[in-house]
Design a protein around this ligand. Structure first.
Ligand code: ADP
Ligand code: ZN
Length: 221
């Protein structure tokens, strides 16, 4: 099996989290989701958590150096050696450059950047139905990917909740930040020939089947 060091790129609510989890299941690698790492810190009341909250609540990005340091720390852990899916990082050109430096240092290479292109109206619809498992962070959607039992995680039985920053005002702000700050990364990675564009809708077969197909297409299995 080829090593998979993957990056997910897409707007908030584009479904990149769902795809990231599915890819990890298919390839047996780990998901590194910056939003989850921040929320984990927040829950444990760490300094990093408190700092991140002040930005997240406003729908703004946490500063690049803070975010990159957290990601580097995570990527130094042994479970990422077999491969990983970066979900939510990089989100700025500066972060992409910092990631290049990190990878050089760690002797790693980006295998592919999986890009989901979703229209804005669709995003608002998706985010407004979104729920996350409190325990394992598995994502659900009231309409598109509902849990078998309402309010309960299929995978671990944890309670599902709606994130504070999924309120409509904050969603609009996050979309603006995405458009101005993150979207230029598509160009950045296109120049490096790393972009793999995928349809934002799930097939009836579901995320895991779709991502297995994708992994075959890009030669990972
Ligand atoms: P979504 O992709 O739905 O916006 P995330 O869980 O990835 O949600 O991120 C939630 C919040 O965490 C972001 O709005 C931002 O404040 C912060 N965050 C996540 N990743 C980054 C990053 N790479 N750089 C800066 N801030 C980030
Ligand atoms: Zn769960």
């Amino acid at each position: 099996m080829k090593k998979a060091n993957l990056i997910m790129l897409g707007a908030p609510g584009s479904g990149k989290g769902t795809r990231a989890v599915a890819i990890c299941e298919v390839l047996g690698i780990v998901q590194v989701a910056t939003g989850d790492l921040f929320r984990h810190n927040l829950k444990n009341n760490t300094e990093l958590g408190k700092l991140a909250k002040s930005y997240m609540d406003k729908g703004e990005l946490v500063p690049d150096d803070v975010t990159a340091a957290m990601v580097k720390d995570r990527l130094m852990q042994a479970d990422t050696e077999k491969g990983f899916v970066l979900d939510g990082f990089p989100r700025t050109l500066k972060q992409a450059e910092m990631l290049d430096d990190m990878f050089k240092e760690m002797n790693r290479e980006i295998t592919a950047v999986v890009y989901l292109d979703v229209a804005d109206e669709e995003i608002v619809k998706r985010i407004s139905g979104r729920m996350v498992c409190e325990k394992c962070q598995a994502p659900y959607h009231k309409e598109y990917t509902p849990p078998k039992t309402e309010g309960v995680c299929d995978k671990c039985g944890g309670t599902l909740y709606t994130r504070d920053d999924d309120k409509p005002e904050t969603v609009q702000k996050r979309l603006n930040v995405y458009r101005t700050t993150t979207l230029p990364l598509v160009d950045f990675y296109e120049k490096k020939n790393l972009i793999v564009k995928i349809p934002p809708e799930l097939s009836s077969a579901g995320a895991v089947a779709d991502m297995r197909e994708l992994c075959k297409e890009i030669g990972l299995i």
